[in-house]
Design a protein around this ligand. Structure first.
Ligand SMILES: NC(=O)c1ccc[n+]([C@@H]2O[C@H](COP(=O)([O-])OP(=O)(O)OC[C@H]3O[C@@H](n4cnc5c(N)ncnc54)[C@H](OP(=O)(O)O)[C@@H]3O)[C@@H](O)[C@H]2O)c1
Length: 338
């Protein structure tokens, strides 16, 4: 039976959930793809585990100091890297270093952090092409909500005319709270922080940067459109006022923070992030709490809407392992499990 060795870099909530799920699904990988899957390495920032014979969950709480970094992952002999570390959005590190090493060595990569992809996605795709490796990014582009896969698989052959995405759960939660109680941004944020629903430093979410990064990733990986963050006009929800909230309520509209892609006159994709208000009849208006959604407008298939709200970190782990099964299926020469 063919062997597939997996390494996971970044061993926090998502990395651990992914590791557990991967091991739970080993029988499925054997039955469906004829592949024995072995987890050969995991690492956090300063410690990790490596075992060519395969790791089991009982060892996950005894990471060995020093076993971390791209050298350790490379030496483990992994065929597939799952990258689940944090993101420095200015440098793309630490993910970028792991990804460059894996892809340049011809190893497939499944990426969950956004920093490296939003900053250097085009270069990473080129690196993968040169070494005939695969790079999959569902976890970084909406996770359980299908975005790149929707564009890549389900709409194959149709021309995409535009995309609208409610891609950030925190801002959706905050706008919901503002509409429900008629309060402005500052009051809603204080409530959300007190309840643990927003970060103590919420700027990345509320100013629209998280949505912008996801938009750039799905444009690049789903549509081959080379946009960077600096190409987008990005407006968040921080300046939404009580007066605007009152106006939307009396007009029967629901505000959402939306990332948009559209085609300019020359047919090239342009993008931006900002608040749009939708009538109640629109599916994008009906997204409670931390629900995310994407609407794609095509030439031949009309409008397609996907809506999702999985519980984290399992939903993101599941999205990463969906990517893994696509890799196994491609290796087995099949488009989907038999
Ligand atoms: N949580 C979610 O629901 C969710 C959803 C979608 C996407 N994501 C993305 O998934 C990634 C992980 O999120 P998380 O919630 O699992 O974060 P987390 O719990 O903070 O875990 C991050 C992990 O990365 C490790 N790490 C830090 N620097 C590293 C390095 N240089 N090399 C290897 N590992 C390193 C940390 O190690 P130490 O413990 O030693 O610091 C920790 O194990 C983030 O990029 C996040 O944006 C998360």
């Amino acid at each position: 039976m063919e062997l597939c060795r997996v390494a996971i870099a970044g061993f926090g909530a998502v990395g651990r959930s992914t590791a557990g799920l991967l091991l739970d699904r080993r029988a499925r990988y054997r039955d469906v793809y004829g592949v024995e899957v072995r987890l050969v390495a995991v690492c956090a920032s300063r410690a990790g585990l490596v075992d060519p014979a395969g790791l089991e969950p009982e060892r996950f709480d005894d990471l060995e100091p020093g076993l971390s970094g791209p050298d350790v992952i490379e030496a483990s002999g992994a065929d597939v890297l799952i990258e689940a570390g944090p993101s420095d959005h200015r440098t793309g590190r630490p993910g970028l270093a792991y990804l460059e090493r894996a892809l340049s060595g011809g190893r497939d990569a499944i990426v969950i952090s956004k920093g490296a992809l939003a900053r250097d996605g085009a270069r990473l795709r080129a690196l993968a092409r040169r070494s005939a490796a695969t790079i999959k990014v569902s976890g970084a582009a909406g996770a359980a909500l299908p975005t790149v896969d929707l564009l890549d698989h389900n709409l194959l052959g149709s021309e995409v005319l535009g995309v609208e995405g409610v891609l950030n759960a925190t801002t959706n939660y905050l706008l919901d709270a503002m509409m429900a109680r008629g309060v402005g941004f500052e009051a809603a944020l204080r409530e959300a922080q007190a309840g643990g629903f927003a970060e103590s430093d919420p700027r990345d979410d509320v100013e629209g940067w998280d949505t912008a990064r996801k938009l750039v990733i799905l444009a690049g990986f789903g549509l081959g459109a080379e946009l960077s963050i600096s190409d987008l006009e990005v407006r968040g929800i921080q300046s939404v006022t009580e007066e605007q909230i009152a106006g939307w309520r009396s007009d029967g509209l629901v505000p959402k923070l939306v990332g948009r892609l559209w085609r300019d006159e020359a047919g090239a994709f342009r993008g931006g992030v900002g608040v749009d208000a939708y009538p109640l009849t629109d599916p994008l208006a009906r997204l409670p709490g931390k629900t995310k959604a994407i609407r794609v407008t095509t030439d031949g298939m009309g409008e397609i809407v996907a809506i999702g709200c999985g519980a984290e970190p399992l939903a993101t782990a599941s999205a990463a392992l969906k990517d893994f099964e696509h890799i196994l299926a491609a290796r087995a020469g099949r488009l989907r499990p038999a």
